[in-house]
Design a binder for this molecule. Structure first.
Ligand code: HEM
Length: 571
């Protein structure tokens, strides 16, 4: 039949046309075999060459190439045949990938996990989109144990030895996940760096977060915390005195980070509303980067789609604009910018403005959203636990009697119940944190005494580690601040069985550089607000439902937390 068609002897007749369109009856088996072979070959090439960033264009090129070749080899052909060949090629390609990832030949075959997770990273992207990655992984760890496969080349490990093996000095570097979050038009931020580059940039950040620097920033916290009290006082004097405490805390942390990082620029507390939608932009930015982090190869393509890129670009621009303005203005105070740009000229070479601007958006996200998340959770758990709330208030009234200045940080070491450890344990602001990646060009790594092959991304998720009875017992799922008290504070000892498992600020050389600042901020705000106000859940507020609004988008985002706020007598 093919030779007759090719010679043109039967071309064009109506019966022939009908016959031609009646595929798959007349499709040649050899053509299908070729399509399958090309699909498997494309997989083999991709597997070997490991194209990361531009995978999509390569995939498409491969598809088109396969299509053309199949079409050519099975010529003469008709459109329906080519369509079927192409479809067969694509199915064969994806089937080959899926079979390999599920097979005993895959290097991670020995690790348990759901089939979908083993086959595609879209599973992880979907969980992040929904915001419940921490809950999904928790269920899997409870089913399968400390090691689970959460992606084709990805593990989540809940073992205290992994904290040291992964995050400790000599641990595992950052990889594709962090690179994909990066704006290709600007230099890398501290967050995405590893090795020597990280050490060099981190030295500047460490200076900006040293004890001396924190003393400089205290005045800024005091000013903004005072402004927060004023605004809540105004609200408490209004009719229903019900406020969304999450929103006010957001405003506080955003304004404060703006002051500290860029010498000022945001005035959300003063305006009492977020007219420019900064928080929404921030939240969408956090979500977009978290989803893209799962599918790094898609970043270069997604970034070009206006509805995806809008928030990524908008937020980066806000951070970079403020950073540039601060650079122009020069140093008035020794803010974070002063240290990051080495205005004291302590380094051999000063970082370029572009380098410092790159850390602009990072400072806002890393500093504002995290602290806001921790403070919001603190208020939530405090209000859910009236006995704890009473103890906290008694302590603050004792340490700062008769309305004494509750911003006095010299008394912070007397604040036992005000410490936020239990909130950071039960609701870590980065519930699953970011992964590290065993380098491709390595021999693999040993993590918690198990071999992990090159290229594997490894998570050690704080949310799950913190609720593991091997490390926090009894009642790891219960908010129990007394577990952090030592015997001298009158608490039963032994509730924190292994402190290395407590990693809300991560661990090792790339742990949170701002943790002392965050703790100082939290103690100050809690002391001041609890001293001045009485808080209670607003009537009818769905307190159980609020937990469902907390989403794991790398940094956790949260919905409105409606509380009744009343001024305390004599406050
Ligand atoms: C309660 C508040 C905070 C929490 C729970 C928190 C948590 C964390 C965690 C878990 C990491 C490691 C991220 C990773 O490995 O991918 C991190 C890194 C970082 N944090 Fe925080 N953070 C908080 C507040 C702050 C503040 C106030 C700043 C100040 C700007 C800050 C700046 C940073 C920076 C720059 C890094 C990157 C460090 C590096 O890669 O060397 N954080 N934080």
């Amino acid at each position: 039949m093919r030779s007759a068609e090719a010679s043109g002897t039967v071309m064009g007749g109506p019966r022939m046309a009908a016959f031609r369109n009646s595929w798959p009856g007349r499709v040649s088996v050899s053509m299908l075999v070729k399509a399958v072979a090309f699909g498997v070959l494309t997989h083999a090439i991709f597997h070997h060459a490991r194209p990361t960033a531009p995978l999509v264009p390569l995939l498409l090129t491969g598809c088109v190439l396969g299509w053309t070749l199949v079409s050519f080899l099975s010529a003469p052909w008709v459109a329906s045949e080519v369509a079927l060949a192409f479809l067969t090629y694509v199915i064969a390609l994806f089937a080959s990938v899926a079979i390999y990832r599920l097979s005993p030949f895959h290097p991670l075959a020995g690790y348990p996990g759901p089939a979908l997770a083993k086959v595609t990273k879209f599973w992880g992207a979907w969980n992040t989109w929904k915001g419940d990655q921490h809950h999904v992984w928790m269920r899997l760890h409870r089913k399968y144990g400390p090691f689970i496969r959460t992606g084709p080349n990805e593990l989540s490990i809940v073992d205290v030895r992994a904290v040291v093996d992964v995050f400790g000095a000599g641990g595992i570097p950052k990889g594709e996940y962090y690179n994909s979050r990066r704006d290709p038009s600007v230099p890398q931020t501290l967050l995405a760096m590893s090795g020597e580059d990280h050490d060099n940039r981190r030295r500047l950040w460490n200076r900006g977060m040293s004890n001396e620097s924190l003393v400089e920033y205290e005045g800024v916290v005091v000013k903004r915390a005072g402004q927060l009290v004023d605004r809540l006082r105004e609200e408490s004097r209004r009719g229903k005195n019900v406020v969304d405490i999450v929103q006010w805390i957001n405003f506080f942390t955003f304004d404060f980070m703006g002051d500290m990082a860029f010498g000022g620029g945001y005035n959300l507390l003063e305006e009492g509303r977020d007219e420019k939608g900064l928080w929404n932009t921030l939240n969408r930015f956090v979500l977009a980067t978290a989803v893209v982090g799962h599918i790094p190869w898609a970043h270069d393509v997604l970034i070009k789609l206006p509805f995806v890129s809008h928030d990524l670009v908008a937020f980066r621009q806000i951070g970079q604009k403020n950073a540039a303005a601060r650079h122009q203005a020069g140093a008035e105070v020794k803010d974070l910018w002063y240290h990051l740009s080495d205005e004291a000229e302590l380094e051999k070479t000063r970082p370029s403005v572009r380098d410092v601007i790159a850390d602009g958006a990072l400072a806002m996200i890393a500093g504002a959203d995290t602290t806001s998340s921790a403070l919001s959770s603190f208020f939530y758990y405090m209000l859910c636990n009236p006995t704890y709330y009473q103890r906290l208030r008694d302590e603050i009234d004792r340490v700062y009697p008769d309305g004494a200045d509750a911003t006095d940080t010299s008394k912070h070491d007397q604040l036992v119940w005000t410490d936020a450890n239990e909130t950071l344990r039960i609701a870590p602001p980065l519930p699953t944190n970011g992964p590290r990646q065993v380098p491709y060009n390595s021999q693999g790594a040993t993590i918690a005494e198990r071999f992990v092959p090159p290229g594997t991304q490894v998570y050690v998720p704080p949310y799950i580690l913190h609720r593991d009875p091997r490390f926090f017992s009894p009642s790891p799922d219960t908010f129990l601040p007394s577990r952090w008290l030592s015997a001298k504070d009158g608490a039963p000892a032994g509730n924190v069985l292994d402190r290395t498992a407590f990693i809300p600020f991560s661990y090792g050389p790339a742990n949170c550089v701002g943790r002392q600042l965050a703790r100082m901020e939290m103690r100050m705000v809690v002391s001041l607000l609890v001293q001045k106000f009485e808080f209670a859940f607003a009537e009818g507020f769905d307190r159980e439902g609020w937990l469902g609004t907390v989403h794991d988008h790398l940094v956790s985002t949260r919905g409105p937390l409606m509380v009744r706020v009343t001024e305390r007598e004599g406050a």
